[in-house]
Design a protein around this ligand. Structure first.
Ligand code: HEC
Ligand code: HEC
Length: 289
């Protein structure tokens, strides 16, 4: 190529690249209304977004991976937790986390009921945006909740490339795998779908949609010893396993947690969790003496 040919080549190549880039940008913008379900942006969603901004939630959290890495990414929080839990959590975050155990707390944002409903509408909308898999790995910076580990949901129930060999997003703490079944069980307790802690607290006396896990072992032993128990378990561990995979095998007396002989607890865990995961949950829950 002589000098002139080289120059035209450079000009044409730059022009073509610019055109392709422009075309792709326009195409993306054309898709935004569908990808973001623009038709589902109700007044409640907009109000919820205002509550989100007014309270600077983004100073600690991320949405679509954007924001601060102090607290978990909330892009899919509404699918992960469900409205009843979010409502209770946003009213009193301190009921669900223990400063001693988790070493950080979310301050109570002191929201009105209406603001909480609007925020949940906003989270519902966000969760349904087709984010085409972004962020590539959920940023659940919940590591400090598990002493010595920094587990993320990705290591629990998303199959795919080993997250420990992937790059961590800038600012995130390094992810290290742990083989400790109790730590893995605790992570699962918060990340199974639906999450166990949506319905079970671990604080004494705090009963949500399901009974607290505090004192579980002693309670399970009493149940096993009582003539009313009709299930198949003979040990506390077996009782916990049975409670997870066939929730209606034994029910608390009265209809506080069940209706017509059927527990309010989902019956899906026997299928959605592997035997190994159920075992990790059992080991974790067996620490609640
Ligand atoms: C000062 C930092 C901070 C601010 C500000 C903050 N959060 Fe949080 N948030 C946290 C932390 C830390 C957690 C993890 C739970 C914990 O340790 O308390 C959390 C957890 C959550 C969760 C998930 C709870 C769960 O169990 O999965 C939701 C939902 C949430 N925050 C919503 C909000 C909303 C909405 C706002 C704004 C009104 C907000 N947060 C403001 C720190 C913060
Ligand atoms: C939608 C709410 C809900 C979710 C989610 C849920 N549970 Fe439950 N769970 C319940 C209810 C309600 C009961 C009590 C049922 C009864 O005995 O009448 C229960 C009972 C239990 C018990 C027996 C407790 C006792 O005191 O006897 C265990 C153990 C348990 N659940 C573990 C789990 C685990 C582990 C997960 C997650 C994998 C989970 N639960 C998710 C609602 C839930």
């Amino acid at each position: 190529m002589n000098k002139r040919q080289t120059r035209s080549f450079a000009i044409i190549a730059t022009g073509v690249a610019a055109l392709v880039f422009l075309g792709m940008t326009i195409d993306s913008h054309r898709q935004f209304p569908t990808l973001t379900n623009a038709d589902k942006i109700t007044p409640a969603v907009t109000r919820g977004k205002d509550v989100w901004h007014a309270n600077n939630c983004i100073n600690c959290h991320t949405l679509f991976g954007e924001g601060a890495y102090y607290a978990p990414d909330l892009t899919k929080i509404s699918q992960l937790r469900g409205a009843p839990y979010l409502k209770a959590f946003l009213k009193a975050p301190e009921r669900f986390y223990d400063e001693q155990r988790h070493r950080r707390l979310m301050p109570n944002p002191n929201l009105q009921d209406q603001e909480i409903d609007d925020l949940i509408a906003f989270f519902d909308w966000v969760a349904n945006v087709d984010n085409q898999g972004w962020p590539p790995r959920p940023i659940l910076v919940t590591g400090s909740s598990i002493p010595g580990t920094n587990l993320t949901i990705a290591q629990q129930n998303v199959s795919g490339p080993d997250p420990t060999t992937e790059q961590t997003p800038p600012g995130a703490r390094p992810v290290t795998a742990s083989a400790d079944p109790i730590a893995l069980g605790e992570a699962l307790f918060r990340s199974a779908v639906p999450a166990c802690n949506a319905c079970h607290s671990i604080a004494p006396g705090v009963n949500l949609a399901g009974p607290t896990q505090a004192g579980l072992v002693a309670r399970a032993q009493q149940t096993l010893d009582s003539p009313a128990y009709q299930g198949k378990a003979e040990t506390v561990e077996a009782f916990i396993r049975e409670s997870i995979v066939s929730p209606s095998a034994w029910l608390h007396p009265g209809e506080m947690y069940s209706a017509g002989g059927v527990s309010f607890m989902p019956t899906s865990y026997g299928e959605s969790l592997t035997d190994e995961q159920v075992e990790q949950l059992v080991q974790y829950l067996a620490t609640f003496k």
